[in-house]
Design a protein around this ligand. Structure first.
Ligand code: HOZ
Length: 424
C-alpha cells in the first residue's frame, strides 16, 4: 500500500495543526501507521491521496447512511449553494427540517438547530439546568457527548482512545457538577438518586453507546432511567447524535420505546454537513430564547446548505424504509464473520469488533480488550482496502451503499484475519 503522499501531508499538517489532525482519533495513534488523507468519496468507498481505495466503515462517524456523495444530497447542496450559502436570517427550509424531525421523533415537540453535536448537548444541559433549577448531571463512563467541559469526565471516543486525563483544562468546579456512573448499571443510578436526587437536573445517555465502541443498553436500563428521572423530577436526555435516524427513522427512542424529555442530534440531520439540534417537550423548549430566558444563538444555526443536505437525506430515508432492513441484515453478516473469535456488539448498522472473549456491557469491560490485537486487525483490513474506525473504542457504521458485494469482500477479509492468527 503506497502512502507517500499521505505521509508527506501528515508531516506538513503536523507543522501547523496540533498532532496533524483536526480531531484526535484521526491521527491513527491507537492503531499506528500514517492516517490516509482522503481525497474523495463515493458510495461505500473512499480514495486517499495516494490513490488507494477503501471500503469505508467510518462513514464520517455515523451520518452517511446513504454513503458518500449521494446524488440527491449533492444536488441539494449545489442547489442551495447557488441560492446563497448563509444569511443569518430565517429560511423556509429550516421550518421544513424542524417539522421532519418532530414528525420522525414524537418526543421532540419543538427543536432548535445548532452547528454540531457538541453544541446540542451543551445547550440541552443548560436548558435542563434552567428548567429544573438544579446543577448536577449524571452521565455514563465511556459515553461521549462532545467536548463540553463538564461532559469530558470519564468520556469515551478520543478521550478513551488516547487515555487523556479527564479534567485537563476543565475547572474542577465544572467537573464536580458531573456524576459519572457505569453504563448499564441501574443500581448505580439508583444510588446516585438516593444520595443526590433533589440536585440532579438531568441524566444524559447515549441510548446505544457508540463512543466506547458499540454497547447496547441492557434490557431494562433505559426504562429504569426513564422511571428514576421521572420520580425525582430530573430530565432524561437522549444523545442520539449517532443513533438518531440511524437505528430507525425515530432513532433509538423508537427502537426501545422510551420517550426522553430532550434529545440531541448531530450531523445526520445535515446529511453529514456540520449541524446539530436539540429538542423535546414543548414546555421545556419554550424556555429557550427568544421565547424564554435560556440564551443560545449562532449565525450558522440552520445554515441553508447543511439544512438542504439534511432534508435530502432524511426525505430519502423516509421514502425508503427498506433501507433499515437491508442495513440490519448486512451488518449482521459482518458480525457473523467474527463470531466465536471475539466479542461482536451490534445495534442495527452500528458494530464493534471487541478483541476480548467476555461480554462488553460498559466502559470497564471495553477497556479489557486487547488493543494491540485490534490494531493488527485494523491494519490487516486497511491493507486489504477496508477502513474501520482507527480505535477499539469507536463504532463502525454500515451505509445503504454497502451492497452484498462490499459486505462479502469485508466478510472474507475478516475471516482470513482470524484464520491466519496464531492460536493461543
Ligand atoms: N470522536 C469522534 C467520533 N466519536 C470522531 C470525530 C472525528 O474525528 O471526526
Amino acid at each position: 500500500m503506497k502512502q507517500q503522499r499521505s505521509a508527506a501531508l501528515f508531516e506538513r499538517a503536523a507543522r501547523v495543526i496540533p498532532g496533524g489532525v483536526n480531531s484526535p482519533v484521526r491521527a491513527f495513534r491507537a492503531v499506528g501507521g500514517t492516517p490516509p488523507f482522503i481525497a474523495r468519496g463515493e458510495g461505500a468507498r473512499i480514495w486517499d491521496a495516494d490513490g488507494n481505495c477503501y471500503l469505508d466503515y467510518v462513514g464520517s462517524w455515523g451520518p452517511l447512511l446513504l454513503g458518500h456523495a449521494h446524488p440527491d444530497v449533492v444536488a441539494a447542496i449545489e442547489d442551495a449553494a447557488r441560492g446563497g450559502t448563509s444569511f443569518g436570517l430565517p429560511t423556509e427550509r429550516e421550518v421544513e427540517l424542524a417539522e421532519l424531525i418532530c414528525g420522525a421523533m414524537p418526543s421532540i415537540e419543538m427543536v432548535r438547530l445548532v452547528n454540531s453535536g457538541t453544541e446540542a448537548t451543551m445547550s440541552a444541559l443548560r436548558l435542563a439546568r434552567a428548567f429544573t433549577r438544579r446543577e448536577l448531571v449524571v452521565k455514563f463512563e465511556g459515553c461521549y457527548h462532545g467536548h463540553v467541559d463538564s461532559l469530558l469526565v470519564k468520556a469515551g471516543s478520543g478521550v478513551a482512545t488516547l487515555g487523556i486525563p479527564d479534567t485537563t483544562g476543565v475547572p474542577a468546579a465544572f467537573a464536580e457538577t458531573t456524576i459519572a456512573l457505569p453504563y448499564n448499571s441501574v443500581a448505580a443510578v439508583e444510588q446516585a438518586f438516593a444520595r443526590y436526587g433533589d440536585r440532579i437536573a438531568a441524566v444524559i445517555v447515549e441510548p446505544v453507546a457508540g463512543n466506547m465502541g458499540c454497547v447496547p443498553p441492557a434490557p431494562g436500563f433505559l426504562e429504569a432511567l426513564r422511571d428514576l428521572t421521572m420520580r425525582h423530577g430530573a430530565l432524561l436526555v437522549f444523545d442520539e447524535v449517532m443513533t438518531g435516524f440511524r437505528l430507525a427513522l425515530g432513532g433509538a427512542q423508537q427502537v426501545y420505546g422510551i420517550r426522553p424529555d430532550l434529545t440531541t442530534l448531530g450531523k445526520v440531520i445535515g446529511g453529514g454537513l456540520p449541524i446539530g439540534a436539540y429538542g423535546g417537550r414543548a414546555d421545556i423548549m419554550r424556555m429557550v430564547a427568544p421565547s424564554g430566558p435560556v440564551y443560545q444563538a449562532g449565525t450558522l444555526s440552520g445554515n441553508p446548505v447543511a439544512v438542504s443536505a439534511g432534508l435530502a437525506t432524511l426525505k430519502r430515508l423516509k421514502q425508503h424504509p427498506e433501507i433499515y432492513t437491508q442495513l440490519e441484515q448486512r451488518t449482521a453478516r459482518l458480525a457473523a464473520a467474527a463470531s466465536g473469535r471475539i466479542t461482536v456488539n451490534r445495534a442495527g448498522s452500528m458494530i464493534t469488533f471487541f478483541f476480548t472473549s467476555g461480554p462488553v456491557t460498559d466502559y470497564e469491560s471495553a477497556r479489557r480488550c486487547d488493543t494491540a490485537r485490534f490494531a493488527r486487525f485494523h491494519r490487516w483490513l486497511l491493507e486489504r482496502g477496508i477502513c474501520l474506525p482507527p480505535s477499539q473504542f469507536e463504532a463502525a457504521f454500515v451505509s445503504a451503499a454497502h451492497g452484498d458485494e462490499e459486505i462479502a469482500q469485508t466478510v472474507e477479509a475478516i475471516r482470513e484475519f482470524f484464520a491466519g492468527e496464531p492460536t493461543a
